[in-house]
Design a protein around this ligand. Structure first.
Ligand SMILES: Nc1ncnc2c1ncn2[C@@H]1O[C@H](COP(=O)(O)OP(=O)(O)O)[C@@H](O)[C@H]1O
Ligand SMILES: O=C(CO)[C@H](O)[C@H](O)COP(=O)(O)O
Length: 520
């Protein structure tokens, strides 16, 4: 049996009974659990022998060290592997035919999802990292969650998503990280925002936000970090480049490129952006369609991760769009709220609207007629919940809440000063007083405060002309909270449900499988 792995043996209920843990350099907990992503599949437990085979494979590969892929510090968190299978013969744990892998990089962790050729979820893995995680932790988490997929040697394609406008400054020849990451909610300094707003055609433009990727590019230009031989990369671009022969992250996608100023109607960098030589020199050299094949897994990455060199590498997307794609909506007015560390909303609309003053922008979805994903992302969400309670307490205290009645509390829950959406105000203070002595009452007020922000977000989209929301599906860690969903339903005024798959990694796996056709 491999070292360091706490094997779980599925009981009749499918719940895991942890077996004695085994030592390893990286603790990799393999657990069998009910699927976090809900598909129309019947989950079967994968027997322990398969897990052992997985771990032994993993250890074999770990002997393979790579210059650029040298895993430095082990991933700081264990990789928990939730493994179940549909369409998997319980005897060998192998999926029939090709598989498609999605990897989601969120605020607090990384997740992989693996679909078989029938679109059924055959395995999933996750690895947590701290809120100050950077490229080294992302890279190690990538290795953990991909190596934990027993079917990865059958992978026909892989696609990743990252947090939007999380940016790195890289050296162009070799992709080495020179500065950053400046995270998605990082507010650039006044001089950078001023330089950025002097370029954009309107203060309402998505790139005009103080957290935009363009503001970050301007900040690196002004502080002298950006210079000849440097290039800006999004988190997703940099991670994707680890899979390719091309060492420099020169390819992005038009979802991640929105906040850098990319023109989603012309599908080109706009003249007003290219007119600034310093910014133009930093731009990714290619903007692909999300899901478009941009290469194949390199020999180096194949040995590192256990993917075949025949595996296509698809251009990625952002985390909240991946969550939207996993939710399987179909109609205009349908929306997905991602309740992760932050709260990002996306609604299908035929009308492209944007107003940086409210943190509202439109991503290009595709289709004929062209559809847009209108929305924004608040700094509120799970991060402030985790500041106040651990996840177990949230689940326990939620049981005491009556979602049909109002808490009488008026909170604006934020993890720190500053908000992006539905108002863009870097000085907005959290409001979490008065705090009742009863924790369940306090949580009730917090969940209501979060729900009011969500409702205000959908109302803002309507006021800007995007239309009214008709139904909300939920993704992210908060999707599991049924009482919170009922509070949201009461305050938003439309049906609210959990998405069929609540993990963004499933959306990226669908993008790997369907490619650009997924965008209509
Ligand atoms: N039972 C629950 N009710 C509400 N929120 C929950 C519950 N369990 C976990 N969460 C929230 O889910 C969040 C993590 O979701 P996740 O999608 O992993 O976030 P991210 O990918 O942004 O890091 C945490 O911030 C946590 O507060
Ligand atoms: O807040 C976030 C962190 O999860 C999102 O990454 C991001 O801000 C949402 O942006 P987009 O709408 O471009 O996906």
């Amino acid at each position: 049996m491999a070292a360091g792995v706490a094997f779980a043996v599925a009981s009749a209920t499918g719940r895991a009974t942890p077996q004695p843990s085994l030592p390893t350099a990286l603790s990799l907990r393999l657990q069998l659990q009910a699927p976090a992503c809900r598909g129309s599949h019947q989950s079967l437990a994968v027997p322990c022998a398969v897990l052992a085979g997985l771990e032994l494979n993993r250890r074999r590969r770990r002997t393979h060290q790579h210059s650029r892929l040298q895993s430095g510090r082990p991933a700081r968190a264990a990789a928990k592997v939730a493994m179940w299978s549909a369409g998997v013969s319980a005897s060998d744990g192998k999926s029939t035919g090709e598989v498609y892998i999605g990897v989601d990089f969120g605020t607090s962790g990384c997740r992989s999802a693996c679909l078989d050729s029938g679109g059924r979820l055959v395995s999933e893995a996750s690895a947590k990292y701290g809120k100050d995680a950077g490229p080294e932790e992302w890279r190690n988490a990538l290795a953990e969650v991909v190596r934990a997929i027993p079917q990865r040697e059958l992978a026909a394609a892989i696609c990743m998503n990252g947090t939007s406008s999380t940016a790195l400054l890289c050296s162009d020849p070799d992709g080495g990280v020179l500065a950053g990451p400046l995270m998605y909610n990082y507010v650039c300094n006044e001089a950078a925002v001023k330089r950025c707003r002097a370029m954009v055609p309107s203060p309402a433009h998505a790139a005009a936000a103080p957290t935009s990727t363009l503001s970050k590019a301007c900040q690196w230009i002004l502080d002298g970090s950006a210079g000849p031989g440097t290039r800006l990369a999004h988190q997703c671009d940099w991670l994707t480049s680890l899979l390719l022969d091309e060492k420099s992250p020169r390819v992005t996608d038009y979802h991640n490129a929105l906040k850098l100023g990319y023109d989603l109607e012309a599908l080109a960098w706009p003249d007003w952006l290219l007119a600034d030589d310093r910014v133009a020199a930093l731009l990714p050299s290619r903007v692909a369609v999300p899901g478009e094949t941009i290469g194949h897994v390199s020999a180096e990455a194949s040995a590192w991760l256990g993917l075949p060199e025949s595996c296509r590498v698809a251009a990625g997307t952002t985390d909240s769009i991946a969550a939207f794609l996993a939710a399987d909506t179909a109609n205009i007015g349908e929306a997905v709220t991602s309740l992760g560390s932050t709260m990002a909303i996306k609604m299908r609309s035929l009308v492209k609207v944007e107003d940086a003053a409210f943190g509202v922008y439109s991503h290009r979805l595709g289709g004929e007629p062209l559809q847009w994903l209108v929305g924004g992302a608040s700094n509120s969400g799970g991060a402030v919940l985790r500041q106040l309670f651990d996840d177990e307490s949230v689940a326990r205290l939620t049981e005491q809440i009556d979602p049909e009645v109002d808490s009488g509390l008026d909170y604006y829950p934020l993890p720190s000063v500053g908000e992006r959406f539905p108002v863009c105000d870097a000085s907005l203070q959290p409001r979490l007083e008065p705090r009742p002595t009863d924790d369940a009452e306090f949580l009730h007020g917090v969940l209501e405060g979060l729900s009011r922000i969500e409702a205000a977000g959908y109302q803002r989209l309507d006021k800007l002309g995007a239309g009214k929301v008709t139904r909300v599906l939920t993704a992210g860690g908060g999707a599991k909270n049924a009482k919170w969903r009922r509070i949201r339903e009461r305050l938003i005024g439309v049906p609210v449900a959990a998405a069929r798959w609540t993990e963004a990694a499933c959306g990226s796996a669908l993008l790997a499988m369907r490619g650009t056709s997924l965008l209509g």
